[in-house]
Design a binder for this molecule. Structure first.
Ligand SMILES: C[S@@+](CC[C@H](N)C(=O)[O-])C[C@H]1O[C@@H](n2cnc3c(N)ncnc32)[C@H](O)[C@@H]1O
Length: 258
């Protein structure tokens, strides 16, 4: 079975390009509001290219450190380049590490953010449990754990070699994404086989990688959060505070450390 952290190194050059064409900035205002409300250190798990970490840090002047942790060096490299444009005083710190075993002292953080389905990159129960245990240990009393999940993965149709995206990456370079999707229903996994074709003039390069995500049932996540010492404050069905229901296209959980 593929590990959920695999694939991201090869995906890094294409992540922001693809994300801008799918999710866009739909979640940014929500995470900025969360970040602005926190007085103290904030950690983003799986911060990737800094897509959310940068806007979160920009609204936190004088409010504590903003830190991102990610396992993928190429994703962090993209984040580093993005953060270079920020004033030093606001610039978040980046740590290379695994969200299941993090290197921070207990009770350091006032908030931990697991955005855009980060928990779904953890393909076994033991991985999710280790991550939630680490978050519980790393948050101070009353600290916020903010999670969003992408719930409809298990409903994705399976297909072979479709082209969902095609366009310009930069002057003279075009990208074509060729994608296959498989469902492993027994394990609750959705597996994406991706091939990016990069054309610059007559040169054609192909980049292939696989990404695996798990569908996490809401009741299991809530039960586990309560078991490791969280109180569930809000369960929402979208970034604008929509009421949660199982068919909502985004699931948001806000929990406080007891
Ligand atoms: C969907 S991306 C999210 C990136 C960013 N939060 C965003 O919203 O754009 C998931 C990120 O989690 C990282 N990741 C996956 N499993 C991880 C693990 N076990 N430890 C640390 N990072 C991990 C990947 O490298 C990737 O950058």
């Amino acid at each position: 079975m593929s590990e959920g952290w695999q694939g991201w190194d090869a995906y890094a050059p294409f992540y922001d390009w693809e994300n801008a064409r799918t999710l866009g900035r739909r979640d940014v205002a929500f995470w900025k509001r969360i970040a602005k409300s926190i007085d103290g250190d904030l950690l983003e798990l799986g911060c990737g290219t800094g897509r959310l970490l940068a806007p979160m840090a920009r609204v936190r002047a004088g409010a504590g450190r903003t830190i991102g942790i990610d396992r993928s060096e190429p994703m962090l490299d993209r984040a580093r380049r993005r953060l270079r444009r920020m004033p030093v005083a606001l610039r978040p710190a980046l740590i290379r590490g695994d969200v299941r075993t993090w290197p921070f002292r207990p009770k350091r953080f006032k908030a931990v953010v697991a955005a855009y389905g980060l928990l779904q990159s953890l393909v076994r129960d033991a991985d999710v449990n280790a991550t939630l245990d680490a978050a519980a240990a790393g948050l101070s009393r009353g600290g916020l754990l903010a999670i969003d999940l992408v719930p409809d993965l298990s409903a994705w149709e399976e297909y072979e070699r479709r082209i969902p995206l095609k366009g310009r990456l930069s002057a003279g370079t075009t990208l074509t994404l060729v994608e296959s999707v498989r469902q492993d229903r027994r394990k609750g996994l959705t597996i994406f086989d991706e091939q990016y074709i990069v054309r610059t003039g007559r040169t054609v390069r192909r980049h292939e990688f696989q990404l695996t995500f798990r569908t996490l049932p809401m009741d299991q996540v809530l039960t586990r959060l309560e078991r490791v010492g969280f109180r569930i404050d809000h369960v929402l069905g979208g970034y604008r505070g929509e009421v949660w229901h199982p068919e909502a296209d985004t699931w948001v959980i806000l929990a406080r450390k007891r």
